[in-house]
Design a protein around this ligand. Structure first.
Ligand code: HEC
Length: 222
């Protein structure tokens, strides 16, 4: 009985000594890298790293782009008053040469949401915002005006990405693919307009307008 008591007492004190506080500075650590991270934690204090000669700013390396994020447009925005890059963008062609049926519907939907308020569902530059008189700059007549019918898609991309005078930039609202899709939609509507003018004009135009009108209401309601 006495022996048992001694064993229990020894075991008990061993347990208590063993649990005596957290050891922050063990004299020997087996494979310390496994226990202590050598990586610099995002929210940790990095001030001592400078003293160690390590330049760690917590910022992404300048000029790098996060994984999965495309650049806005590989042609940079012109400096104020300069138009060199605006004209250089004419040489860029639309990587989207055809759209699947689903993507065509999506491209039209994006146009109707983002652009039609100014440029109009019929691309006539007479959207409800301009027609209301609240927006006084005449939006480009994307369909029917030879200037915009002939405008290269790259140049449209430049203006849609960075904005043009009274028109704001759309680089933040639409990603690169979506912007090219909308431009593809504009070009295909322009081509349709030409086709309709060449053939029997009125029935074709009528169908296009009704369709576009219906879609806007749907998109605006959602
Ligand atoms: C707030 C009204 C408004 C909205 C919304 C708008 N635009 Fe415009 N857009 C304009 C105006 C105004 C111009 C004429 C700019 C100028 O030449 O001074 C213009 C011009 C353009 C041009 C011709 C650019 C050039 O280089 O001459 C294109 C292409 C265009 N818009 C496409 C779009 C697309 C695509 C969208 C939707 C993503 C859109 N716009 C949304 C007002 C708007």
């Amino acid at each position: 009985m006495k022996k048992l008591f001694i064993i229990v007492a020894l075991f008990g004190s061993a347990v208590m000594v063993g649990c005596g506080g957290v050891k922050r500075d063990p004299s020997d650590a087996y494979m310390p890298d496994m226990a202590y991270s050598r990586a610099y934690e995002t929210y940790a204090d990095h001030s001592q790293l400078k003293e160690e000669g390590i330049n760690y700013t917590n910022m992404p390396v300048p000029g790098t782009v996060a994984r999965g994020v495309e650049g806005l447009f590989h042609i940079p925005k012109d400096k104020l008053g300069d138009t060199v890059n605006y004209y250089a963008s004419r040489a860029v062609s639309n990587p989207i040469t055809s759209l699947s049926a689903a993507d065509s519907v999506e491209a039209e939907r994006l146009y109707l949401i983002q652009c039609a308020i100014c440029h109009g569902t019929a691309l006539d530059g007479n959207g409800p915002l301009f027609a209301s008189g609240k927006f006084t700059s005449k939006p480009a007549t994307l369909k029917g005006d030879p200037k915009y019918e002939a405008m290269p898609e790259g140049q449209m991309m430049y203006s849609v990405t960075y904005g043009k005078n009274a028109m704001g930039p759309y680089g933040a609202q639409l990603n690169t693919k979506q912007r090219w899709m909308v431009i593809h939609y504009i070009k295909s509507q322009q081509a349709k307009g030409k086709g309709a003018a060449g053939a029997s004009a009125s029935p074709a135009t009528g169908t296009v307008n009704t369709g576009a009108g219906k879609d806007t209401t749907g998109a605006a309601m959602k």
